[in-house]
Design a binder for this molecule. Structure first.
Ligand SMILES: *Cc1c(COP(=O)(O)O)cnc(C)c1O
Length: 470
């Protein structure tokens, strides 16, 4: 506790103009929000005298803060939201290499959209018959659903609260109690849970010695399941890039195997849809699932479930329930989606980010190039290893610094935290604090300048502690 207070004092004294300006930017935004609130609290006919005064006071505050922002001066007032929440300014202050946060950072459009559409059911202003989210034309939600389908080259899409809810909609529609579902031995926990909630049983395809899941291994697993249970699996669910190594798995080959056995195939694009081109028809997937808060620069929880015209009636089946007393029915509400899904800022943030998200998938090769460049530099630090396949085909990577930074941690009084401290001093965050053996980083979205700066910082830290640079 003492340590924390001391550190805060140090940063207070040494606060840079840049940090101050970041805080002043928030202060200005918040002052404008207070000003905005006056419109919400007053009569549509205009302000009364007290409100006029309040408005002037707020406006003066906005102007004063802007002046401080411009000059990079003023008190660093500890910004709070209410009295419990700190301002989150990590993305402004630091380069963030957090494995799951990189591609979920909002675009400026998404941030503007949530200022405007943050209110509860904000998508529902012009909801008309037949009263379903994906049918709303203002804002253009229906059109967005069509754009999304085109984006992943599938017939139909729905937005869902995260990839996990996409898996769940599929498992609950297709998997009967006791059915086997084939997943990768590198599968995400949410895939396990989506099978469990439907009463299914997970069967893992072993990875090979390079931590890759192949079509042959998947075919073998199908055979094993058939032999063991007397039945084919109800579903195969495979990640294109897994969350542990971000190695590429043979989804094309696996889709082909699935088709040969007549088993439904779900492509898990949590780490692809929104950062790299994904073509569902080319893959031969029955379902494509994406995570919008992981890879589509959107507010959580958000994601996408796409399918073919063949599967849509099953997974998007509409309610048949009739009230026994009232005889009420609810028309075209979809059972798996419990009617409507992302009814506010989440969906609006997806729509707002979409043009940039679509465009950025075309730059995937450049993102991969930056990832490989960074790791080349990183591996110059003797004892530093890359555990993921190389050359990298992704921006997420598992590294091993047991032979480098961990040797320093062994004798440092801050142990593994010395490394996070050093990175933070260089303006870099997102590595797992205290971890100096195996950990993950993601370089997605960093500019070349930021990539080079990050690489140089790693080398700088290594040199400081006498590690050899090759
Ligand atoms: C992150 C991740 C998920 C979960 O995504 P959510 O959108 O948070 O539900 C599922 N699978 C993989 C491979 C992931 O990396």
């Amino acid at each position: 506790m003492n340590l924390m207070i001391d550190l805060r004092k140090v940063t207070r004294v040494n606060v840079s103009t840049r940090d101050l300006q970041i805080q002043k930017t928030y202060e200005t935004l918040f002052a404008l929000e207070d000003l905005r609130e006056l419109f919400r609290q007053s009569l549509p006919t205009g302000f009364n005298d007290a409100e006029k005064e309040e408005f002037s006071r707020n406006l003066a505050r906005v102007k004063a803060t802007i002046e401080e922002l411009e000059k990079g001066e003023g008190k660093l007032t500890c910004q709070k939201i209410g009295n419990k929440l700190d301002v989150r300014s990590r993305e402004e202050e630091f380069i963030n290499i957090h494995p799951i946060q990189a591609a979920g950072r909002l675009t400026p459009e998404a941030r503007k959209a949530i200022i405007s559409y943050g209110d509860g059911y904000s998508t529902c202003d012009y909801c008309r018959k037949p009263f379903r989210l994906d049918k709303i034309t203002r804002p253009p939600i229906e059109e967005f659903h069509q754009d999304l389908a085109k984006f992943v080259n599938m017939d139909q899409t729905r937005v869902v609260p995260g990839a996990r809810r996409g898996f769940q909609a599929v498992t609950q529609s297709l998997v009967e109690k006791g059915d086997s579902v084939i997943v990768s031995s590198l599968a995400h926990y949410t895939e396990f849970l989506a099978v469990e909630v439907a009463g299914g049983v997970v069967k893992e395809v072993p990875q090979n010695e390079s931590h890759v899941v192949t079509a042959e291994a998947t075919a073998q697993k199908i055979e094993d399941v058939k032999k063991e249970t007397g039945k084919l699996p109800a579903l195969i669910m495979i990640d294109h890039f897994d969350y542990q190594f971000a190695n590429e798995h043979d989804v094309y080959g696996i889709a082909k195997v699935a088709k040969e056995y007549g088993v439904t195939f779900l492509y898990n694009g949590a780490y692809t849809v929104g950062i790299k081109p994904v073509d569902g028809k080319k893959i031969g997937a029955d379902f494509i699932v994406g995570s919008a808060h992981k890879s589509m620069a959107s507010v959580a929880p958000s994601g996408v479930l796409a399918t073919t015209d063949e599967w849509a009636p099953k997974v998007f089946r509409t309610t048949q329930m009739v009230g026994d007393v009232t005889k009420r029915k609810f028309g075209i509400k979809e059972v798996e989606n419990i009617g409507c899904t992302l009814m506010g800022g989440t969906l609006i943030s997806m729509i707002a980010s979409f043009p940039r998200v679509k465009a950025r998938t075309e730059n995937w090769d450049e993102e991969v190039k930056k990832s490989n460049y960074f790791l080349e530099q990183f591996q110059r630090i003797e004892g530093s290893k890359v555990l993921s396949e190389q050359p990298r085909k992704h921006t997420l990577t598992k590294v091993d610094t047991t032979g480098s930074f961990d040797t320093v941690a062994k004798t440092h009084k801050r142990r593994g935290f010395f490394f996070s401290d050093e990175l933070k001093d260089h303006g870099i965050i997102g590595e797992f604090a205290g971890a100096t053996r195996t950990w993950k980083l993601n370089t997605y979205g960093l500019s070349w300048d930021q990539i080079k700066y990050t690489a140089e910082s790693f080398i700088d830290i290594a040199e400081k502690y006498g590690l050899k640079i090759n």
